[in-house]
Design a protein around this ligand. Structure first.
Ligand SMILES: [Cu+2]
Length: 74
């Protein structure tokens, strides 16, 4: 499993955070998502073969901007 922490620009309310959460949840390989409005990021648990570009694309398609991210193995 991998943990991905990705900064997201454009979230202004809880509704935005829920949209981002939903968009990332749909990405293949994603197991769990936790999106924080106050920290402007999502913490994602995913399978090892996760494609970060799919996550970025999902965020963009929902209308938000993915920024820096870091991936850690666990
Ligand atoms: Cu909003």
């Amino acid at each position: 499993m991998k943990t991905i922490k990705i900064e997201i620009d454009g979230m202004t309310c809880q509704h935005c955070a829920a949209n981002v959460d939903k968009a990332i949840t749909k990405v293949k390989g994603v197991v769990e998502v936790n999106t924080s409005l106050s920290q402007k990021n999502s913490t994602i648990t995913a399978l090892d073969d996760i494609n970060i570009d799919d996550i970025k694309k999902g965020i963009e398609n929902a209308g938000y901007t993915p920024l820096n991210y870091e991936i850690s193995e666990r």
